[in-house]
Design a protein. Structure first.
Length: 241
């Protein structure tokens, strides 16, 4: 390699000054061409690729940000989320109401026991004669026949049983509804014996309610008495009656 360089220098020194300038110019042009071909162009190509990657990444970032913004907008304006929140609120109210109702129901006598007890009390009093005991139609404590006055129907108070929670008709479909089980009793006896009978009913350990007392004196002091007695239950049917 050194021999070739030595020969090149010897031939270069033998050239005239003008020829030396031309050869030096050619060498410079050749070096620039080689640099541009193998170094500069390659660097420019890599730079162009990098710029393209940056632009592509920027476009992907813009698209991704748009998707994120759209997703957030859908979450904010998603009606299902609001419905879920309302549902959770309603379910909490329903659970609270169920707890209150179940607590109140513990002190109530069942419809089956009520009819048996009414008969037994009458039979134990020789001054009273049972003529008939008729179970009436079971009724729900909630009446939605007038939707414009549903709030008035949502408050039902019998003795110590009170339901006043702010609940819609749709919610009450899932609530443990309270049913009223009325019984009409017809018997004969004196006015004082009838009062004694009602006092016994009120002193019973269970919550029992009576209403619509009718007293017709047929032959003094014997009268015909008609009383409607009822209890409350979470079950609609007259089980075992």
């Amino acid at each position: 390699m050194n021999n070739y360089i030595k020969i090149f220098y010897e031939k270069f020194d033998a050239l005239q000054q003008r020829e030396k300038a031309m050869v030096a110019g050619l060498i410079i042009v050749l070096l620039i061409s080689v640099w541009q071909l193998f170094i500069f162009d390659e660097a420019a190509l890599q730079s162009a690729k990098l710029n393209n990657l940056v632009k592509l990444q920027q476009q992907e970032n813009v698209a991704l940000n748009s998707e994120i913004a759209a997703y957030r907008d859908r979450r904010v304006n998603n009606p299902n989320i609001k419905l879920k929140q309302q549902q959770d609120l309603y379910m909490a109210k329903i659970e609270t109401l169920d707890t209150k109702l179940n607590k109140k129901m513990k002190g109530l006598i069942s419809p089956k026991k009520m009819t048996l007890m009414l008969k037994d009390i009458l039979k134990s009093n020789a001054s009273l004669t049972l003529l008939s005991l008729e179970k009436l139609q079971t009724e729900s404590m909630f009446d939605f026949s007038d939707n414009n006055k549903i709030a008035d129907q949502k408050t039902s108070t019998v003795n110590t049983v009170s339901v006043t929670d702010d609940i819609s008709e749709q919610q009450l479909d899932s609530v443990a509804v309270v049913y009223r089980h009325p019984v009409r009793i017809v018997f004969t006896g004196s006015y004082l014996n009838t009062l004694t009978y009602l006092e016994i009913l009120e002193k019973m350990p269970w919550d029992l309610y009576w209403e619509n007392v009718q007293l017709n004196v047929e032959k003094y002091p014997v009268a015909k008495i008609v009383i409607t007695v009822f209890t409350l239950s979470l079950k609609k049917g007259w089980v075992g009656v």
